[in-house]
Ligand binder design. Structure first.
Ligand code: ZN
Length: 254
């Protein structure tokens, strides 16, 4: 994938299709709009997520939905071929390592580990390991290592304390359009569905507004840097391009 020199390369790793867009779709849309390249990695399709459909059938639908959502965000979607519920850790780390070397992202976003969902925790672990392995294998110093952030996901909120916010007001409607490509999001729109399903459609737009209020803009997406010395409770609003220096600037301040 070709990009203009200096533009942001963003890689987002989600456990299931939809997770990457939910955690960082607004950031992705902004990065792409500013000439950057975005790779959305869906470790599994999440085909067991709809009890009313046979997994094989829902899997095909999800493949279509992930492509449609990526198109709206001007990103590229990649599913490495793993079946829902099965994430062979070593294989996934190797696959992510290959993607890291090929795509050379400045910024990697993935799940925070404080999740009730085992696959989200696994995605967090394999992504961190893959970044560490890729750095060692390539002989990369801290200057070449991507800055790693955890995105806000309604299933991963235990201990999630974001300190960096990105204003997504200009791309908010496009982000929602991308989320609405997924039936699982559209299905969660009626208030009556909240008691029986995960309220994606209630959470994400409302949370973006709440983060906007905290950051002093209309809508924002919040991120937790993997390494930071920033105190909680003092959110800082930054541009997508500034995220690449997050790792170095914080690690350099010791
Ligand atoms: Zn998920």
């Amino acid at each position: 994938m070709e990009t203009a020199e200096g533009t942001l390369r963003l890689m987002v790793v989600g456990a299931h299709a939809f997770d990457a867009e939910a955690m960082a779709g607004g950031l992705a849309a902004r990065a792409a709009e500013e000439g950057g390249a975005v790779l959305l990695v869906h470790l599994t399709r999440g085909e067991r997520g709809d009890p009313t459909k046979p997994p094989e059938q829902y899997a095909v639908q999800l493949e279509g939905e992930m492509q449609q959502a990526a198109g709206i965000l001007r990103a590229r979607a990649h599913w490495p071929g793993h079946v829902a519920g099965e994430l062979p850790m070593e294989d996934v780390i190797a696959e992510l390592g290959r993607l890291l070397r090929e795509f050379e992202p400045h910024v990697v976003v993935t799940h925070w580990r404080g999740s009730w969902h085992p696959r989200h925790v696994a995605a967090h672990r394999v992504t961190l390991e893959a970044v560490q392995h890729a750095g060692r294998a390539g002989g990369a110093g801290p200057d070449q290592a991507p800055a790693v952030y955890f995105g806000e996901n309604c299933e991963d909120l235990a201990g999630f304390v974001p300190t960096l916010y990105v204003d997504i007001s200009t791309v908010f409607s496009r982000w929602l359009e991308a989320l609405r490509c997924y039936e699982l999001f559209r299905r969660s729109e009626p208030l009556e569905s909240y008691a029986s399903a995960i309220p994606y459609a209630g959470f994400y737009p409302a949370m973006a507004r709440v983060r906007g209020l905290e950051a002093g803009c209309t809508y924002a997406q919040a991120f937790m840097p993997a390494r930071t010395t920033a105190p909680a409770g003092h959110p800082m609003c930054i541009a997508p391009g500034e995220m690449r220096t997050g790792f170095r600037s914080v690690s350099g301040t010791g």
